[in-house]
Design a binder for this molecule. Structure first.
Ligand SMILES: Cc1ncc(COP(=O)(O)O)c(C=O)c1O
Length: 438
């Protein structure tokens, strides 16, 4: 009998030598690794960005869906067009009109969430080694896509008014000086995930002008644009530039993420490529989900629903900001977002958000360390706190626990520092937007 262990018994993953090179960039995000612990009921999770859909009128949705099955079942349960259901694409143009966009339904491609739209755009534009310019920090799910397609990410700094035009100019110049090709600027102009900031109205024309002059395509990712707490939605970048911008939208935050319906609005020629990419990826986006979203939009006061969501999220934002103000150690800094789901908190010097996380989870509170939102390892002195899901009371309790963990960390540092020799202070590395965002 041969007792030599087989190849598969030696290795944790017997296929490790066979995977494509691009899988090296496919690693579980820090958020995903956290989900298991953060979802335990005793933990207050300020980590996930799950929309709070408890206020949705389930009777209306249920009615629309049973009606869909009863009256349009054979179509709803059939394959559909790779570009998406025409009626929904028409409705999507109405949604985008709220941000000043005039578009034709023919230029809309429905996708499986806007996450798939990021994937398709990257697939269509990027070869390995191409550069995508991203804000610092940027959305972890998009960074994952760029990594999976072996793109290089170059970060450009933000401040309280969003992406800094001069930082964008510098990122473009430095990338080109290094002989690299920039494929697009990926930007989240409204209620940024994770930074919570919004690109000011005054800056928008300047960002557009830089990209026009430098011939750089903009990928405008805007899932939170209608979730502002005060005033009217800002004009989208796409509203003032049709040829140089691909705009991404989503029903995940304004309706429900479970349907997985998002979209891309693209210049005509790009749109054709996206449809081909969509067809090779999924044949067509789910017909049933699209028709359900379309029925909801037709049957329900969806704008009134968004207003209710805004009020709920504003109450939670207020609870978080008030708790931070009352409870956080003085050296912490944070911004007050005007919409969306997230606050970006910068820790006192020397406190590392990633190293502190296990102690926070032991104290039954979770957050996402800032490093998740950088392609280059920066962000260790910051964290993203989401206020979208827990109740105001739980938010306050979560902040109380977190403040306790940070206090303990500071005490520990003070004890060790009093024994340690004076440290040399090197040049300050770029570490994301930090306190400039507050
Ligand atoms: C900035 C940003 N883009 C895209 C997405 C993906 O959204 P979905 O695929 O649900 O439309 C998210 C989700 O959190 C997001 O925050």
């Amino acid at each position: 009998m041969d007792i030599t262990p087989s190849r598969s018994q030696h290795r944790l993953d017997p296929y490790v030598d066979r995977y494509a090179a691009r899988t090296a960039g496919m690693t579980a995000s820090e958020i995903r690794a956290l989900f298991a612990v953060a979802s335990r009921p005793e933990v207050v999770s300020l980590a996930g960005g799950m929309p709070n859909i408890s206020g949705l009128p389930l009777d209306v949705v249920g009615h629309a869906i049973s009606d869909l099955v009863a009256h349009h079942g054979p179509v709803a349960m059939q394959y559909g067009s790779g570009q998406g259901v025409p009626e929904l694409r028409e409705q999507i143009t109405e949604v985008m009109r709220l941000e000043g966009i005039e578009a034709h339904p023919d230029d809309v491609v429905v996708t499986v969430g806007s996450q798939q739209a990021v994937d398709l755009v990257t697939r269509v534009f990027c070869d390995p080694g191409d550069v995508v310019i991203c804000e610092a920090p940027s959305y972890v799910g998009a960074l994952g896509v760029f990594k999976a397609y072996q793109c290089d990410v170059v970060h450009a700094e933000m401040d309280a008014d969003g992406l800094v035009p001069e930082a964008l100019r510098q990122a473009i110049a430095a990338t080109r000086a290094a002989g690299k090709k920039i494929k697009f600027l990926y930007t989240i102009p409204n209620f940024h995930n994770p930074a919570g900031v919004t690109l000011s109205a005054a800056r928008r024309p300047e960002i557009l002008e830089i990209c026009r002059r430098e011939d750089i395509l903009i990928l405008e990712d805007n899932p939170y644009g209608l979730l502002g707490f005060d005033g009217e939605p800002l004009r989208a970048l796409r509203a003032d530039e049709a040829e140089g911008v691909i705009y991404l939208g989503s029903f995940s935050k304004t309706f429900a993420p479970g349907f997985r319906v998002g979209w891309a609005l693209a210049p005509h020629t790009v749109r054709e490529k996206l449809v081909l990419a969509q067809e090779s990826s999924t044949l067509c986006p789910p017909q049933f989900s699209q028709m359900a979203v379309s029925a909801y939009l037709s049957a329900h006061d969806w704008q009134g629903q968004i207003k209710q969501f805004r009020e709920m999220y504003r109450e939670r934002r207020d609870a978080m900001v008030e708790a931070l103000h009352d409870l956080m150690p003085a050296a912490c800094r944070w911004n007050v977002p005007d919409g969306g789901f997230y606050v970006w908190l910068t820790l006192p010097p020397g406190v590392d958000a990633k190293a502190m996380l296990p102690r926070a989870v032991t104290a039954r509170v979770a957050y996402v360390p800032g490093t998740a939102f950088f392609a280059d390892g920066f962000g260790s002195s910051a964290m993203r706190l989401s206020f979208c899901y827990p109740t105001p009371e739980r938010i306050r309790e979560g902040v109380r626990r977190l403040a306790g963990v940070i206090e303990a960390e500071l005490e520990l540092r003070a004890t060790f520092d009093s024994y340690a020799p004076a440290r040399e202070v090197g040049p300050r590395g770029y570490d994301g937007p930090s306190s400039d965002l507050s």
